[in-house]
Design a protein around this ligand. Sequence first.
Ligand SMILES: Nc1ncnc2c1ncn2[C@@H]1O[C@H](COP(=O)(O)OP(=O)(O)O)[C@@H](O)[C@H]1O
Ligand SMILES: [Mg+2]
Length: 329
Amino acid sequence: MDSVTPKPEAAIADQEPTRAVQTWDLKKVYRTGFWLNQKVESLKGCTLSVYEGETFGLLGPNGAGKTTLLKILLGIVRASSGRAVLLGKPISDRAVKQRIGYLPENPYLYDFLTAWEFLQFTAGLFQIPPATQKQRIPELIDTVGIDSKTAKKKQLRQYSKGMLQRIGMAQALINDPELVFLDEPMSGLDPIGRYQIRQIILALKEQGKTIFFNSHVLGDVEQICDRVAILAQGDIICSGSLDELLGSKDIYQVVGRGGNSEQLRQWVNNLDFSDNRWFGQLKSGTNLETFLAALKQMNAEVLELKLARVSLEEFFLQQLRKQGIETSQ
Ligand SMILES: Nc1ncnc2c1ncn2[C@@H]1O[C@H](COP(=O)(O)OP(=O)(O)O)[C@@H](O)[C@H]1O
Ligand SMILES: [Mg+2]
């Protein structure tokens, strides 16, 4: 073999991953009130990217604009300004919808249909040929963990909330989409229901699908997402991989008192103060002995030092507080 030829994996590593979703400065102003004279600014300029094959979580408190952003991407709501591209096509491109799946926040499933009939109905909307339906519906029912006999017999009004959500997932996958949008797929579910949805999402990820989901259930997001963005009051306030945002897994959390903030910042990231204490994350690669010696010199002491990255929930609350958003109950 020619020794000069670069190895294919090296070539792949050099490439920028393909973007499944890209938005530029998306804005949305809703007009409300009887005369449509009141304005609600739901998105104030959202720019984000989601790469192919990744599981991306859009986080934010209620009313942040998450559903609005998703609906704009799906073409259900028109942006007031800005631009977005899905799978390399502008969002106005109709053909791209064939390659996308969507689970709405509160899906409406027909009470008197069985799961099987409902999936046949959804398959019909996508004009999926009967032979493909015959193969895909049982596969999907299996993927979302529903017994196939039950799926054929039981009407949807007899299913639990968790089961309905799984059927909702199955309908979002009926067209074997490359890109799946899930709006709050875990909300309102008990721990077992959430676990099951997480497992389904992980299985989709294994199949190489790109998953974009909205959530405020941060524990779930932390377990399954590659990257996240936080949306608050219509603005993306930060985005990145969990390692980038929360620090790598070998980072130290440090709590102490004394010293001065300027000197402490040389050692500690995200320095914050409360109750006469300071806390943050020790900069990576810091030698502990040198750090402790430096603290002694500035008359500071360590109260707690533990090898743990901040949880996504804690990070999320910190970010909201930084924006002056009330986080106490
Ligand atoms: N159709 C609408 N008309 C007017 N205001 C809306 C409409 N949809 C959403 N909003 C407002 O936009 C903001 C963002 O809502 P939404 O996108 O549903 O947030 P999230 O999904 O993060 O909870 C909220 O203030 C909400 O009241
Ligand atoms: Mg929402």
